[in-house]
Design a protein around this ligand. Structure first.
Ligand SMILES: C[S@@+](CC[C@H](N)C(=O)[O-])C[C@H]1O[C@@H](n2cnc3c(N)ncnc32)[C@H](O)[C@@H]1O
Length: 305
């Protein structure tokens, strides 16, 4: 069974009081989201894949949750996370922006941006993580923040809406369909990963012209692979993939891919994103912060036509 997207009654509605001209649009947006939330469960494919859902349930596992706890994070990966956080803070903190956090986890980044942003939307597939985020943001009194529970590739979003969308801390490397046979995640799959493409496509189109999408990803290097494997062991997980595999999977259903520039670009090409729109910002030797810009001019030309 696949879950339906759902919001919780305790979630505060988007605040419209400070910005009356936005009222109609926000109501429209809420309507779209409500429609998505009511959508019937996606059907199960006939083969051994399952629909994109939370059936993997990896973030319900205590050991996988430890990957979010700095005490259990490999130093190179923690360093990447800290540099990533510094960059986004320097560029966006204190600004009134519409931000989408894809795979928001326990709401960590929302805490930094929730008070100043025009709105901060978290998208999270794990019920447990979504509940944690909801509580965390409510405790902070953020009335412009909201969590949408379900697969980020399945939520209906308005076009040209967000200033920034991000999927931080290697989250986009977790997106995949569930295969029982790990051999199905071959290079052809990783170079055109349907789950990744669906999610990136969804949020790319939801960016306003000139908007930015950020993805923190692992570089495909032996030292990254060593850090990944060590990291998952530090959290108490059991790695089940052989050395050399471009993704590292664990018995606990965790799965995290490493990227080459080419594999990132081939996935992005499926979303209509061209190499000149993509910047690979080095975080450290094991990771990039990939920055994708939605063109301004192309969009205005399209709109004028
Ligand atoms: C590596 S954690 C990162 C959490 C957070 N972004 C951070 O930086 O601390 C990845 C999160 O993405 C969520 N996730 C994975 N696939 C998803 C999907 N298809 N839609 C929404 N959330 C997803 C997981 O449940 C998990 O909470």
């Amino acid at each position: 069974m696949s879950p339906e997207l759902k919001s919780k009654s305790e979630v505060k509605p988007l605040s419209i009081s400070e910005n009356p001209p936005m009222t109609t649009f926000v109501m429209y947006f809420n309507q779209l989201l409500r429609r998505a939330l009511k959508r019937p469960a996606v059907s199960e494919p006939a083969d051994e894949t399952s629909a994109l859902s939370n059936e993997l349930g990896e973030y319900e596992s205590e050991s996988v949750q430890k990957t979010l706890d700095p005490n259990f994070v490999h130093p190179k990966i923690l360093e990447a996370r800290q540099i990533q956080d510094r960059i986004i803070q320097e560029r966006f903190q204190g600004q009134s922006l519409r931000i989408a956090d894809i795979g928001c986890g326990d709401g960590y980044h929302g805490e930094t941006f929730g008070s100043d942003s025009e709105l901060y939307h978290g998208f999270e597939i794990s019920s447990e993580m979504a509940s944690k985020t909801r509580k965390r943001w409510q405790d902070q009194g953020f009335d412009h923040s909201q969590v949408f529970e379900g697969d980020a590739g399945r939520v209906d979003l308005p076009s040209n809406f967000y200033d920034v969308a991000w999927s931080l801390y290697f989250t986009s490397g977790n997106f995949r369909e569930e295969f029982k046979n790990l051999k199905q995640y071959d290079d052809a799959y990783l170079d055109k990963n349907p789950a990744f493409v669906r999610i990136v496509n969804n949020f790319y189109k939801a960016l306003r012209p000139g908007g930015k999408l950020f993805l923190t990803v692992y570089k495909d290097k032996p030292e990254t692979e060593a850090a990944q494997r060590e990291f998952y062991k530090m959290t108490g997980q059991t790695v089940v993939t052989p050395l050399g595999s471009r993704f590292v999977a664990t018995k606990e259903n965790f799965w995290s891919v490493r990227w080459t520039e080419q594999s990132m670009l081939s996935n992005l090409a499926e979303c209509g994103i061209k190499p000149e729109q993509v910047q690979f910002n080095d975080l450290n030797e094991v990771s990039w912060l990939v920055e994708i810009t939605r063109p301004v001019q192309l969009e205005s030309l399209k709109e004028a036509a």
